[in-house]
Design a protein around this ligand. Structure first.
Ligand code: PMT
Length: 402
């Protein structure tokens, strides 16, 4: 018995080395009882021939906007109406830019404007192109327009570089399209994490800092990567090595951390402020080593800008998670920070005790949000990070459906 077709998928292939992987995507999708029709841009045809996709999909491949025979058979408006879902894989930086600005100068871009079905794009490009601010701005616009973004992944690239920009594997794209659920909790999401202490210099040899080792923040970065997120870690001086897929931004002072976080936070889905940022810094850094003459001395300290609060009140704003390090009255102070800084969630830990908090391999957290809370007992920071990431994913889901 022939099983019933359950979805009509219009797969658009754009120019990029990952175009060859889309042949496998067609094969996998057809195994799931979908009917697949393929559109190729001119650039895509430089990488794979339309014949390959015709053979795999069982249908002629659409390539031209004004092709007389194709307009007669299934023109761009008909193709857009036919599809239950438009999937662009690989999606080049160029097509992302065109979609985000409504440019319609070929078959695919016109189809996109004419389509009313859900649209999924699986970006694939060189890591520098992916990291360009304008690409991230374009992606943010598409997300705001309701486009679903799958990936990309980090790793070795065809150009010999390393970083984000590899198209998500066809098997994962297929799973996401069929179940309509990401394969991992944070698949397709970008997470920005601050970690470690800051160092506030007094003179060329001295600085004010704190006991943060960075362990909690680095463990969260690992856990977010394991759940399919792209992760940027803005880290104060620590002796840890981040996961190879993490984009690491090293800073020293609270001012540097503020600048590096704020210039990225608008392009991320989640911000987690794990860093123990100095609340105050010396106003003046002496050019020469301060000499010991007087019996007493004093330093005037000035309040630093609040990174977490600034992220939470920026637009667009990520799902914002703060940390609170408390020595007493933990819930009252943590809930106060949650409200005052307008956070989505705050993870509070006791500090100054024998175990947990700063430096230790273990920690315990009490997590609060507006109408709820959850306690995680003392455990290894890696285990704790997995649980907190799962809770963040759950709360984000909840927030997007209410
Ligand atoms: O690094 P480890 O050794 O593993 O230790 C982990 C930790 C104890 C540092 C971590 O679990 C933790 O509690 N981090 C927050 C420490 C802190 O600075 O807490 P706070 O209550 O002073 O600050 C509240 C929040 O505001 C934090 O999210 C902090 O990042 C943020 N903040 C504070 C000051 C400032 N100028 N800008 C900020 O963004």
């Amino acid at each position: 018995m022939v099983s019933k077709i359950n979805k009509k998928i219009l797969l658009a292939v754009t120019g990029g080395i990952a175009a060859y992987k889309s042949a496998e995507l067609v094969r996998l999708l057809r195994k799931e009882n979908t009917e697949v029709r393929v559109v190729m841009t001119r650039a895509a045809q430089q990488f794979v021939t339309p014949l390959t996709f015709q053979a795999l999909s069982g249908h002629p491949v659409a390539t031209e906007l004004l092709d007389v025979s194709q307009e007669n058979a299934m023109g761009h408006i008909n193709l857009a109406r036919w599809a239950d879902m438009l999937v662009v894989a690989p999606a080049s930086a160029d097509i992302i830019a065109k979609f985000s600005h409504g440019i319609a100068d070929d078959l695919l871009t016109t189809l996109y404007l004419a389509s009313e079905c859900p649209v999924y794009i699986a970006p694939a490009m060189n890591q520098a192109m992916w990291n360009k601010v304008v690409t991230q701005e374009n992606l943010k616009r598409l997300e705001q327009h309701g486009i679903n973004i799958i990936g990309p992944e980090a790793g070795d690239q065809a150009c010999g570089e390393r970083g984000y920009g590899r198209m998500t594997e066809p098997v994962d794209i297929c799973a996401q399209l069929i179940t309509n659920k990401p394969t991992s909790l944070l698949q397709g999401k970008s997470v920005l994490i601050s970690a470690g202490p800051t160092r506030e210099p007094l003179d060329p040899v001295r600085y004010i800092t704190n006991r943060s080792s960075g362990k909690m923040g680095y463990a969260l970065a690992d856990a977010a990567i394991a759940e399919g997120a792209t992760v940027t870690l803005v880290s104060g001086p620590v002796s840890l090595v981040p996961h190879s897929e993490v984009s690491l931004v090293k800073v020293e002072t609270a001012v540097q951390m503020y600048d590096e976080v704020l210039q990225r936070s608008g392009f991320h889905d989640v911000y987690i402020g794990t860093a123990a940022v100095a609340d105050y810094s010396p106003g003046e850094i002496k050019q020469k080593k301060i000499k010991k003459h007087a019996e007493q001395t004093s330093i005037t300290l000035y309040k630093n800008k609040d990174i977490l609060g600034a992220v939470a009140s920026s637009t667009p704003r990520p799902f914002t998670v703060g940390f609170a390090a408390e020595t007493d009255d933990l819930e009252r102070y943590a809930r106060g920070k949650l409200e005052r800084k307008k956070l989505d969630m705050i993870a509070a830990n006791w500090v100054g005790k024998d175990v947990g908090g700063f430096e230790d391999d273990k920690n315990a957290l009490q997590v609060f949000w507006r109408n709820g809370q959850q306690t995680f007992e003392l455990m290894d920071k890696n285990e704790l990070a997995k649980k907190l990431i799962a809770l963040i994913a759950e709360r984000m889901d909840e927030k997007s459906t209410t």
